[in-house]
Design a binder for this molecule. Sequence first.
Ligand code: GLC
Length: 578
Amino acid sequence: MDCKVFVYYPKRPVSHKIRVDLYFSKGDRMTSVPWYHKTTIYQIYPRSFYDSNGDGMGDLNGIIQKLDYIHHLGFETIWTSPFFASPQADLGYDISDYTSIAPEYGTMDDVSYLIEEVHRRGMRIVFDLVMNHTSVEHAWFKESRSSRHNPKADWYIWKDPSPSPFRRRSRGEVPNNWQSMTGGSGWHYAAERGQYFWSTFLPFQPDLNYHNPEVKRAMLDMVRFWLERGVDGFRLDIFNYIYKDQQFRNNPFSFKLLPADESSAAFFQQSKYTTNQPETFKFAREFRSVCDEFGERLSIGEVYGDRKIIREFLGIERNDGLTLVFDFGMLNFQFTSDHFRNLIQRMEQAYPPPFMPVYVFSYHDRRRSIHRLAGDTRKAKLLHMFQLTVRGVPCMYYGEEIGMTNVRLPFANAYDPIPHKFKSLPRLIFDALDITINRDEVRTPMQWDSTKNAGFSSAEKTWLPVHENYHVINVETEAREEFSLLNRVRTLLAVRQSESALQEGSLRVIENLPENILGFARKMDGVKISVLLNFDGRQKNFQSSKGDLIFALTPGSQKIDGMITLDGYGGLILKHAD
Ligand code: GLC
């Protein structure tokens, strides 16, 4: 019997000096894999992670207090949603000062301490950078808006009204047909200038004018400001919207009404002149070179559109643009082996070395992944096993590791501005379309234990309610059970850290497996790791060749005398010399 179930692997220390590992993938060329292509990312929504001062809201000190949790869980890089000065009209994605900290989260000293404490544990941290727009409260916008002639007059996208056919309308018509990302015209009138300004997202988030070199310089200086303070990189908010057509040409018509991840057409128009402009691809390279001044830094773009197009934000032949991009098409998955096999094939085709795909199934704008699995934790374990073993950088949203669920909340008192925009429409429309319009529902407090407020805060009232299932779904309870989702994620991360082939090895799909089983092999330096995943609820038995068992997702999944048994939704990892 060759059954060795993985229990614990000691962690490898990670040096945060520049580290480039050279390796030969057996028999072929030499490749170098920078840290940001083999890391694992954990996303924190600071307002909901841990409240250290009892005001009902998470804060920077709270993150620091929970760093050991993330470290022991095994994630190597943390991405924090914004905590910069902001009126919080879009919960921090509307920044009024890029180099100060919103007081409810803490101080600049707290940020320095956070960076230091992350590094002390051999981990890394990336900040969320909202470069496309500021808040209307930013001093630059206030100045820009005040008149047509001021030093910042051209820092935002201003345009004269189009003449109105209705004489009564003094502000004329909007300058062109461009639609915002959230629907409706993104042009907003400012009486002070008698002009319209452009907002890609919401009216209080005016877009900066990157055609103005001063703006670009100021923003890249801000990037340097944070790099100098030791941040390991950035997640780049709606990066593909940064440049807009300088001639303001009308966008062409499209039949598409609803936004989708793999297309940037929506609301009956293509976004030909508002997204993915040639200048933005060039800017990706400029951004990268600023990061490169500080060594290897991660840059991960929130970008939308056709995979072939967004992939080019990384560079054409070489990875000289952003280091990674999200490919959100994968969020709408079907839970079948065929679906995930196709996904791997599409990703391998689009992101072959020297590029690296990112595997993401949930983040702060979208439904939690377990929602798509009808709340079935067994399926969630398999999904996470896939995410943590496939060739790519896994990015996990806080709470996914314990199976946190969406909380249904009324639109009327939402903190998220989006539901207010659509309040005249009945909710059942969004339910029927299976769309989360109120993003508060996926941003509720982290469920740490079964005490008051799930151990998130000592306040009487937390900023958003804690899900009532916290008595069952919480870190403390799950930590006690060997095969809980939490402990499966923890063990999988440990296996991944101990096996270089899982971090950076090549990938080949294994053919001729029984129905609804997905298998793939990761290879490196003469080591082969085979991953077998059963997308079926029924047990499967089949002969297998070589390999020692190093991880079993469920208690009954095993390999005995060359015979594999996979529980329903079970998974195994085998290791052998190649
Ligand atoms: C991105 C963020 C989202 C924010 C929007 C505007 O999509 O993920 O939370 O509201 O950009 O900045």
